[in-house]
Design a protein around this ligand. Structure first.
Ligand code: RET
Length: 280
């Protein structure tokens, strides 16, 4: 006689397993942070040496550009030593049909030192470009304020919680600010650079396009890393590292070398920026 075997029923767990996931830097990420720290130091030293050949009244680009890489070096030191990073708690609700909802908790590293770095360095990068193009003080200030808005709202986005308007709301505000920055640079910077002659215009268009492409990559990396978290912390660190070296060190070298080769009238600064008192 056949006896029906009861179908086994999976017990409903009374205690949910510990689901916590940690997304933190591994060896590759940590090494990358140290490498960029050293590269930024080397770039700063190189730019300082280059400035010695230039009279003080014409050193403004050298000074600005060196501060940019030096700030990055400090920020990378902070990140490499484990400062300037916090663990962001991310709680995701999982809805189920027949059992109660469960919550999955992930802790992901947010390198907030980046935002401090960017709030100092991106305005200075804009100052480099604005002065090069011969933009007015009013336009440079507007571009810088939009840029600071972009960076600071971007930081709020990074600490925003899931399932609320925080994260992607701030991200949207940051992207709109970014469009303002690009707008000022392309439209106003472009028009002013044109007035400064063919050679300067060609250079401004080239370094402006380079800047535009690199800067646009930042919100894309953010979207994959902090945003949708499809990309791990190491990949995030490496992506930003490449962008930072290109947008700061390579940008600076290009600017300063070209500056040395352009005619004086091409890169002329007005009295306020060059300090008209200086005779050398
Ligand atoms: C964030 C996220 C929110 C949306 C936008 C962003 C843009 C960041 C940019 C950063 C540029 C950094 C540079 C650093 C050093 O050289 C904050 C990532 C629009 C454009 C150039």
């Amino acid at each position: 006689t056949a006896t029906a075997t009861p179908t086994p029923v999976a017990p409903i767990p009374t205690v949910m397993p510990d689901h916590d996931i940690y997304e933190v830097a591994g060896d590759a990420g940590k090494k990358t942070l140290w490498v960029v720290f050293v590269l930024m130091l080397i770039a700063s030293a190189g730019f300082t040496l280059m400035s010695w050949k230039v009279p003080v009244s014409k050193r403004l680009y050298h000074v600005i550009t060196t501060i940019i890489t030096l700030t990055a070096a400090l920020s990378y030191f902070a990140m490499a030593t484990g400062h300037g990073v916090s663990l962001q708690k991310i709680v995701i609700r999982e809805q189920h049909d027949h059992v109660p909802d469960t919550y999955e908790t992930t802790y992901r590293e947010v390198y907030f030192a980046r935002y401090i770095d960017w709030s100092i360095t991106t305005p200075l990068l804009l100052l480099d470009l604005g002065l090069l193009a011969g933009m007015s003080g009013a336009h440079i200030i507007m571009a810088i304020v939009a840029d600071l808005t972009m960076v600071l709202t971007g930081m709020f986005a990074a600490f925003g919680s899931e399932d609320t308007a925080q994260k992607w709301g701030w991200y949207t505000i940051s992207c709109i600010s970014f469009i303002f920055v690009i707008w000022h640079l392309a439209i106003n910077g472009g028009a002013n650079a044109r007035a400064k002659g063919e050679k300067l215009r060609t250079f401004f268009v080239a370094i402006g396009a380079y800047t535009l492409i690199l800067w646009t990559a930042y919100p894309i990396v953010w979207g994959f890393a902090d945003g949708s978290r499809k990309v791990g912390v190491d990949a995030e660190i490496i992506a930003y590292a490449i962008l930072d070296v290109l947008a700061k060190a390579v940008f600076g070298a290009w600017l300063l070398v070209t500056h040395a080769n352009l005619r004086e009238s091409d890169v002329e600064l007005n009295g306020f920026w060059s300090n008209g008192l200086s005779r050398d």
